[in-house]
Design a protein around this ligand. Structure first.
Ligand code: DON
Length: 331
């Protein structure tokens, strides 16, 4: 670090502590979802978006229907607006996990979706009541990889770890062989300034000594009747959470196997910029219908490279981004 003019000292590294956190948990149509807690935004995102969708019949016309894309994009927009304001390192900022996941709030939030039109992001803000925001305690004192493993007993792990950009900051520690990350970009450098994924935010995720940045990482385990059902996660920056959401919905609500779910073209909405990002593979009719509803479409090569395992009563099925780096293997 010293050789490259970096700020991190040996004392900083000595003082760094790994924190083992309790996962967030929630329920969706008889499934139990176990997922990443703050400072990742991913778990709150998955639980909020799934609970909003459970209050619609977004799935009525199929996974790639205009209706499904519209409702999923609108819940994404609402979650990313909340994320911009309320997500930060819980050691520095009182992340309102309970209010963000409370059924009353979710019901109110989803009721603002217009069935026929995209809501402009300018009309959607972070949604908690102002009275609640005022009571928040502001503590002024103070290249990503995902893999899933399941063993024959049904023990499961979902692991996402990140260097942030490809090869992190591009510097390998001499003699030690590991890359340094460029994770500072997951903080908000200043209000309104987009990071490398176009994400904006505020004080909750501002840079402070000893603070951890908000992440999109969404390693998730889903159980049904107390037994493993699905393990899933992805790299992909701000698009991790929406990519993971879509693969979960494709399996749980649209009955796909994990490979078909991973292969289905994905889309992404992150509040700001107010675009609906589409991978290749959406029909002209669907694109035209979305444009008529008010979406501004933007092509994107990939909405997260999702990896998944589904456990069908002991039979394990894998889904992977094999056209990139992914792989499914059994031993
Ligand atoms: O934790 C995060 O949200 C980011 N550091 C993830 C970056 C990432 O996935 C880049 N890879 N495609």
């Amino acid at each position: 670090m010293a050789a490259h003019g970096g700020l991190i000292t040996l004392a900083d590294l000595k003082n760094y502590k790994v924190i083992e956190r309790r996962p967030l948990q929630g329920d969706y149509k008889g499934y139990h979802v176990i997922t990443a807690p703050p400072p990742s935004a991913g778990g709150i995102g998955i639980l909020q978006m799934m609970d909003m969708l459970a209050r619609t019949n977004y799935q009525a016309n199929g996974a790639d229907s205009v209706k499904a894309i519209h409702y999923e994009a609108e819940v994404m927009r609402r979650f990313y607006a909340d994320r911009s304001e309320y997500l930060g390192d819980p050691a520095f900022y009182n992340v309102p996990v309970k209010p963000l996941l409370s059924p009353g709030y979710i019901a109110r939030r989803v009721s603002s979706i217009d069935p026929l039109h995209a809501t402009p992001s300018e009309m959607v803000g972070p949604g908690l009541p102002k009275a609640y925001e005022a009571s928040l305690r502001w503590q002024e004192t103070n290249q990503t990889t995902h893999y899933n493993v399941v063993d024959k007993y049904g023990n499961a792990v979902a692991v996402t770890y990140t260097l942030n950009g490809s090869f992190g900051n591009g510097i390998t520690v001499p003699g030690l062989g590991f890359l340094l990350n460029n994770e500072m970009d997951d903080f908000v450098a200043k209000p309104g300034a987009p990071n490398m994924f176009g994400m904006v935010g505020g004080d909750a995720n501002a840079i402070e000594p000893g603070k951890r940045p908000v992440s999109s990482m969404t390693p998730t385990i889903i159980t049904k009747n107390g037994k493993l059902f699905m393990v899933v996660g992805a790299p992909g920056g701000s698009r991790i959470t929406t990519g993971v959401l879509q693969v979960i919905l494709d399996v749980l609500d649209f009955g796909m196997n994990p490979q078909d779910a991973v292969d289905l073209p994905r889309f992404h909405q992150q509040w700001k910029p107010d675009y609906l990002y589409l991978e290749n593979g959406f029909s002209e009719q669907v694109r035209a219908a979305l444009q008529r509803m008010g979406y501004v479409l933007q092509p994107i090569p990939s909405v997260a490279r999702v990896e998944a395992i589904v456990d069908k009563n002991g039979l394990l099925e894998g889904g992977t981004e094999s056209k990139l780096h992914g792989k499914v293997a059994g031993y």
